[in-house]
Design a protein. Sequence first.
Length: 373
Amino acid sequence: MNRKYLAGIAAASILTLSLTACGGSRGGGDAAAEGEGGSNEGAKIGVAMPTQQSERWIADGENVKSQLEELGYEVDLQFANDDIPTQVSQIENMINGGVKALVIASIDGTTLTSVLDQAESQDIPVIAYDRLINESETVDYYTTFDNEEVGVQQATSLLTGLGVLDAEGNETGEEGPFDVELFAGSPDDNNATFFWNGAMKTLQPYLDSGVLRVPSGQTDFEQAAILRWLPDTAQDRMEDLLTVGGGERLEGVLSPYDGLSIGIISALTSGGYSADELPVVTGQDAEVGSMKSIIAGEQYSTIFKDVRELGKQAVTMVDALMKGEEPEVNDTETYDNGVKVVPSYLLESEIVTVDNYEAALVETGYYTEDELK
Ligand code: BGC
């Protein structure tokens, strides 16, 4: 880690959770040291997003871009079509194009080490956006949601939908047994394990006591994981699960992402479940397609992560670094990327069902009522 900016930011590092002493920090110090209107004013910032196949990432990219532009920065925003070599070369081009900071939502958190070495050699600070970048020293800050809590919320909403928990999260005494199947996210996305661990921590007591049963017996992350979060892969797996489970009617499916939920519901529908006998299916991201499904009574729940807030947080971090200041963080323990614990700012998420979507999504201006029709 290049430490040449440490002196420049020393004055700003009295923040409670400053990690300056153990991690160092790059970027922005030079400009600050150069005095008023340092060279980072109007600097170009690279924003690398994984895909445009999912609405949330389009919204993330646009939020970060527009908020940076409002502060006077120039933005190079790229989407990588979920292709790792594309993302690597996009980041290389950003570095060659003179960006002063990088905001990266990785596809595979372990594949960026060598391109990030190039960023390091040019003192370009790197902020991991939503997904942790693993095995690299060159990731300075991370902003995301409390990902384990997202998994807890997914499992909690499954239990609520089944009637095992009531709306306040208290046990109802309902003993089942309920037959459920479990899905996990992409194994190369660090978040997927956090979601899974949070969910399994919540479900395990009910699996142990027999309130929940998994007809396929597939309760390991590796068995449940869906590479690249692809809806079609989830649909195929759900079709397979319907044939191996011994014909039991499923009452619940733990799904970690709305795109997967849509694939899962398609498989269930073509496997003979009518709309009113669909199992309780969870999700994540409050994407429009799933919100419509929730309102129509198909998908049961999703987890709302306000990406406007996530974008704001990333932009605040970039702006601080560009001004030679230390970004604020609120977690310095959870996100170990294999090389270092990355100082993080974690945001909160919320369970959304048909009962609270208006308050959570419409009244907050995230969607208009019309968009959800
Ligand atoms: C994000 C989720 C999203 C998933 C699939 C994860 O890294 O945190 O919000 O559902 O990727 O795009």
